[in-house]
Write a protein that binds this ligand. Structure first.
Ligand SMILES: [Zn+2]
Ligand SMILES: [Zn+2]
Length: 333
């Protein structure tokens, strides 16, 4: 990794230039730095990372009517879609044959200025700060898992395996739906577990200090939970978690598993119990509108997830930061 000068991007028709306020470090950014490749989407380097961002409109291209210079905004991760195919016309830009994801297949947001299609830009209400807005993207990831994939109902039982930023956002969405939520992480993750308590977890299990499978069964009349959200992508946790789901329940994976593969040790058990194994990745534009509303109404909290902020010039320190006090790290110019 290096901090270098890059050319300032040029506005085209139907695009706008955003002056970045914050760009968050995602779990997947740590993976890219560690050398993970994305199947089917080879990266070309040099590559500017970053896809969790917000900022201010600095310039608009011809034909742009939805935003103006000075507006505080965030925008989709998907860019370079054609805007004309059936998927694009339905707003499902991520399905377009031309689509690229910022910070993965094309340059991302850890820079001063970006240019993105105006169709993917969302204005921020005055009540939503830039610190909060930098995590609208991860909140949409959690919202997609809970509201689109899982279809949670009141009193459904849930395990959130892994209390990182995504797990803590899933907890908040699950509580909004009226679910009973058990959060599981290591006892050493003191900050994450404190936030889980703050965000209303009904039970917190310290995975290194108890038999979590037995505890989950005790808390669910011996059956296991209706929905399990697996956010660690660690094979041992995936297999442990698969034994916490009730028959005909749903196991939902959100983690970025290692490129060398992951195995379900108890797959036959999942089959025989009719458990749905689902994967949740990304989000639809409609989820962005919903998350912005929820933030404006203070129904979800992204602000308290931010534990550290660094300037771009401090990128080495920012990416190297580990330990129990780190939850979400934001970078800024
Ligand atoms: Zn991300
Ligand atoms: Zn298209």
């Amino acid at each position: 990794m290096a901090y270098v000068d890059v050319p300032e991007p040029v506005v085209q028709p139907y695009t706008a230039k955003i002056k970045i306020a914050y760009s968050g470090i995602c779990g997947s950014d740590y993976h890219i730095v560690a050398g993970y490749e994305t199947p089917g989407a080879p990266r070309t380097y040099p590559l500017t990372l970053g896809h969790e961002y917000c900022g201010t409109i600095a310039e608009v291209g011809e034909g742009v009517t939805n935003v103006k210079v000075g507006d505080r905004v965030t925008a989709l991760v998907t860019v370079n879609y054609c805007g004309k195919c059936l998927s694009c016309l339905k707003g499902e830009f991520y399905k377009c044959a031309h689509v690229q994801n910022m910070g993965y297949e094309c340059d991302g947001s850890m820079t001063d200025y970006i240019v993105v299609p105006s169709a993917g830009i969302f204005k921020l209400p005055d009540s939503v700060s830039f610190e909060e807005a930098a995590q609208i993207e991860p909140a949409c990831v959690a919202g997609n898992a809970v509201l689109v994939k899982a279809d949670l109902k009141p009193n459904d039982t849930v395990v959130v395996m892994g209390a990182g930023p995504i797990g803590l956002l899933i907890l908040q969405f699950a509580k909004l739906q009226g679910a009973k939520v058990i959060v599981i992480d290591l006892s050493t993750e003191t900050k994450k577990l404190a936030l889980a308590k703050q965000f209303g977890a009904d039970y917190i299990l310290e995975n290194d200090k108890c038999d979590a499978i037995t505890e989950v069964r005790k808390l669910t009349l011996g059956r296991g939970v209706d929905y399990l959200f697996e956010c660690t992508a660690v094979e041992g946790c995936i297999n442990q978690a698969s034994l916490m789901v009730r028959a005909r329940g749903k196991f939902i994976e959100l983690g970025i598993t290692p490129p060398e593969g992951t195995s379900f040790k108890f797959f036959l058990l999942l089959v025989m119990q009719g458990i749905d194994v689902l994967c949740s990745f990304g989000h639809l534009p409609s989820m962005w509108e919903k998350v912005i509303e929820l933030l404006a109404e203070k129904k979800i909290n992204t602000k308290d997830l931010v534990t550290h902020k660094f300037k771009y010039t401090q990128f080495e320190e920012a990416f190297a930061l580990k330990g129990p006090e780190r939850v979400k790290v934001l970078l800024h110019p």
